[in-house]
Each structure stands twice: as structure tokens, then as C-alpha cells.
Design a protein around this ligand. Structure first.
Ligand code: UDP
Length: 461
């Protein structure tokens, strides 16, 4: 601990909820290991409460030069937003580093979100070692790293007629499980992925919010592919007690916890599709009726913006919730970790964002999978077919299918098997963080390696 006292780490998250949370959790863990922390964030996304949640960190804003309109695309087209940031933040980050490094010769390294690949060449210019945080899973990253091969073999771009074909190079995936994203320029998505993978390879190491026992096969393949160290040190949020940090950009509605307190153990279906995904009005209504007809109590996060073309709950038939007699509860944003840890929750209907997937595993909650875009399809495949801790809602959202799937998970024999599997993984996650466990040891290695990274910044300035 003594040696790293005063060594400073510069961390730069991508400004999306699913990226900010793990970066701040990582910062918290490294701070507990004796490092000083500076978080560099982009000016269009400045939630003032974040800095007050982490009084021990220094927060520094750099201009991203985005117009209001450009910044507002973060939810509808995160790829476009990230591509803009990779261009617009180059000069501001350079200026920021000039000042920072002039005033502080104790900077050990820069830790960047993988999506902000421009930071590699900026750091190279300062001879500042760069580590990468990949906020998604290792299995989906392996798919991203295989994009050139997938294109060469004709799997990409995905063709509707080939959806059921196996991707023989990446078992057990089928073509339909490959990452897809709605963006104004699909070719740009491909180029972006290739670039962020290349800049990971050029870094001094990649940190994963995952654990060896969960993704051993993908991690082993990545170790073969990459000549840099790989540090699976997750699940990040379990490194410290629940509630000790908060990185939510929206204010969670905690009234749902009192409602959960009134429900029977393992009875509630918790429904949330994360911070970015959106659905049509027709899908929203199928979900509403599917939930109502399942007869299970449900807690549903309907984020403003979730339903395309609606402010909030306008498409819901009048008195829909009242007619359920208290069996349903809707919030705009939930304290998700607390919800998943609640004894009343029996299943999580999720879009399989990586954070949500890990959070569900860590609380031993079986999943119903409705992946929307990017890595979520790969995550859902692993949840349903590899770890067998959930079931996929395969086809388009349909109320009868939804009702059947909820029953399968909540009351059927398959549901019991899934519950056993997820409890087993929950235990493995716990063990990985204990002294001698895989993530514990990997974190030890990371701390040691950071201290031995050769930074020559003082020679440059
Ligand atoms: N989350 C939350 N309250 C909600 C919905 C989501 O706190 O009502 C959190 C959730 O716990 C997770 C993050 O938002 O940490 C979503 O990240 P994820 O990777 O699952 O999905 P994304 O939002 O990036 O699509």
C-alpha cells in the first residue's frame, strides 16, 4: 500500500450509463488500493451529483465540442456519438494532459474505456502508459475481435436468410447472435469495432468486468490473440458493500422497494431494458398484456424515452394498472442492484446489457432475455445456452409468448434448473473475489503491474 500512496491514475469513461458505472466502480476499487484518482469526463455529459458521490476523486471536464443536437443522439445512436467523441476530444485531451502532467509527476497511467480508442495515440504522444477497461464481457469482445474474419467468411453483414446458420468459428453462436446495431452508417460501426480492438491490442493491458470462472474459454482465447496482459477482476460492484457508491445518472425511484416488501418471496418479475434501448408502441403493449396475463406480480422500469414516439406511459390503456389490483408497479428508473437483491424478485426480464447480466448473476436471479443490440445478443446466447441461467424470448414480442416464457421461468421444472445454475454461478462469483480467488489475484496482479509501468512523461515535459 505504501508504495502506491500518491500514485495517480487518470481514468476516462465513455459518457453512457453502462460505461460510467463500471469505470467509477473500478476507480473506487483502485482508490481502496491506495491510488489517487482523477476522472476525466466530456463536457456535454456532466452530471454534477457524480462528483459529490465520490468526494475523494478529482473530476476534470474536457470540451467535446458537441452541439446540443449531437449530444442528444447518445440514446438513439451511441455508435455515432462515440465516433464523434473519438475525433472531437483529441485536442482537448492533449491540452488537459499537458497541464496535468506538468503539475503532477506521480501519474502512473491512463485508464480509458475501450470505446474511446483515440486515447491510445494521445497517450503514446505523452509516453503515458494506457490501460483499457472493456465494460462488456470477454465472450462478446472475442466476437468483436473476430469481425474481420466474420466478414471474410461472409457472416457479416448479417443476412436475414442465414440467421439460423451456426458460426462454426465461434461456437455456440449462430448468425442471429452476432452483434447488430442501428446506426446511420453500418460500415462505420464495423470500422469502429476494428479500430477499438486494434487500440486495445496496442495498450498495456485490458481490464474486464468479468471473472475467470464465468468466461474462461473466451479469456483463454483472448490471451492467445493478445500479447498484452488481461485482467478479469469482476464483478466490480461486489468489491464493496451495496450502496457504498452511486453512479446513476438518473434518480432511482426507491418507492418500489417498499412495494417489493409487500410481495411474496421469488414471485416478482423485474423488467428493465437498461439506459439506451427503445421499443415501439406495439411492443410496449405486448409487454404490458403479457405481464398482466402471466398473473405474476411485476416491477417494470419504463424509462422516459423507452417507447419511441411517446413521452412516458401514454400508450397504456386507461385504468390498465388500476385493474391489476396492485399486481404491477411501474417506475421511471429503479435502484437496480437493490431490486435484484430483494427476496421478492424471482426473475429479471432484461435486454442483457453486460452490467445487468452480471448484476443478475451476482444476485442469483434467473433471466428472461430480450437482447436489443450490440453485444447483448451474444450475452443472451451465453445466458440461455452456455451458462443456462435464463431463457430467450426468441421471436418478436408477443403477449402469449411472453406469458408462456414467464411461466416457464417462474413455475416450471426448467425454471428450477435455471435457478440452481444461477445460484451456482453466484457462488462462483463470490469465491472469485475472496482472498486466493481468481479476481482477487488478478486485481493483485493489476496493482503490481500498474506500479511497474514505465511512464516517461516527466522526460517529455
Ligand atoms: N440501471 C439502474 N436502474 C434502472 C435500469 C438500469 O440502475 O432502472 C442500471 C443497471 O443496474 C446497470 C446499468 O443501469 O448497471 C445499465 O447497464 P447495462 O450494461 O445493463 O445496459 P445499458 O444501459 O448499457 O444498455
Amino acid at each position: 500500500m505504501e508504495k502506491q500512496k500518491g500514485r495517480r491514475l487518470l481514468l476516462m469513461p465513455s459518457p453512457l450509463q453502462g460505461h460510467i458505472t463500471p469505470m467509477l466502480q473500478l476507480a473506487h476499487t483502485l482508490h481502496s488500493n491506495g491510488f489517487s484518482i482523477t476522472v476525466i469526463y466530456t463536457s456535454s455529459f456532466t452530471p454534477p451529483h457524480l462528483s459529490s458521490s465520490y468526494p475523494n476523486f478529482t473530476f476534470l471536464s474536457i470540451s467535446d465540442a458537441l452541439s446540443e443536437l449531437e449530444a442528444s443522439t447518445s440514446a438513439s445512436d451511441p455508435v455515432h456519438l462515440t465516433r464523434l467523441l473519438n475525433v472531437r476530444c483529441v485536442e482537448p485531451l492533449k491540452q488537459c494532459l499537458v497541464t496535468l502532467l506538468k503539475n503532477d509527476d506521480r501519474v502512473a497511467c491512463f485508464i480509458s474505456d475501450a470505446a474511446l480508442h483515440f486515447t491510445q495515440s494521445v497517450c503514446d504522444g505523452f509516453k503515458l502508459p494506457r490501460l483499457v477497461l472493456r465494460t462488456g464481457g470477454a465472450s462478446s469482445f472475442l466476437v468483436f475481435a473476430s469481425f474481420p474474419l466474420l466478414r471474410e467468411k461472409g457472416y457479416l453483414p448479417v443476412q436475414e436468410s442465414r440467421l439460423e446458420e451456426p458460426v462454426v468459428e465461434l461456437p455456440p453462436l449462430k448468425v442471429k447472435d452476432l452483434p447488430k446495431i442501428e446506426t446511420r452508417d453500418p460500415e462505420a460501426f464495423y470500422e469502429f469495432v476494428v479500430q477499438f480492438v486494434e487500440e486495445c491490442k496496442a495498450s498495456s493491458g485490458v481490464i474486464w468486468n468479468s471473472f475467470e470462472e464465468l468466461e474462461s474459454s473466451a479469456l483463454a482465447k483472448l490471451r492467445q490473440l493478445f500479447s498484452i496482459p488481461i485482467y478479469p477482476i469482476g464483478p466490480f460492484h461486489k468489491h464493496f458493500p451495496e450502496g457504498s457508491t452511486s453512479s446513476s445518472l438518473l434518480t432511482p425511484d426507491t418507492s418500489c422497494i417498499s412495494w417489493l416488501d409487500t410481495q411474496e418471496h421469488n414471485s416478482v418479475v423485474y423488467v428493465s431494458f437498461g439506459s439506451i434501448a427503445s421499443i415501439t408502441k406495439a411492443e410496449f403493449l405486448e409487454i404490458a398484456w403479457g405481464l398482466a396475463n402471466s398473473m405474476q406480480p411485476f416491477l417494470w422500469v419504463v424509462r422516459p424515452g423507452l417507447i419511441r414516439g411517446s413521452e412516458w406511459l401514454e400508450p397504456l390503456p386507461s385504468r390498465f394498472m388500476e385493474n391489476l389490483g396492485g399486481r404491477g408497479y411501474i417506475v421511471k428508473w429503479a435502484p437496480q442492484e437493490q431490486v435484484l437483491a430483494h427476496v421478492a424478485v424471482g426473475a429479471f426480464w432484461t435486454h442483457n446489457g453486460w452490467n445487468s447480466t452480471l448484476e443478475s448473476i451476482c444476485e442469483g436471479v434467473p433471466m428472461i432475455c430480450s437482447p436489443c443490440f450490440a453485444d447483448q445478443k451474444v450475452n443472451a446466447k451465453y445466458v440461455s445456452d452456455v451458462w443456462r441461467v435464463g431463457v430467450k424470448l426468441e421471436n418478436k414480442l408477443d403477449r402469449e409468448e411472453i406469458e408462456k416464457t414467464i411461466r416457464k421461468v417462474m413455475v416450471g421444472d426448467e425454471g428450477k434448473e435455471i435457478k440452481d445454475n444461477v445460484l451456482d454461478l453466484k457462488e462462483k462469483a463470490k469465491i472469485s473475489l475472496k482472498e486466493g480467488g481468481s479476481s482477487y489475484s488478478s486485481l493483485d496482479g493489476l496493482v503490481t503491474d500498474i506500479l511497474s509501468l514505465k511512464s516517461s512523461t516527466s522526460e517529455v515535459h
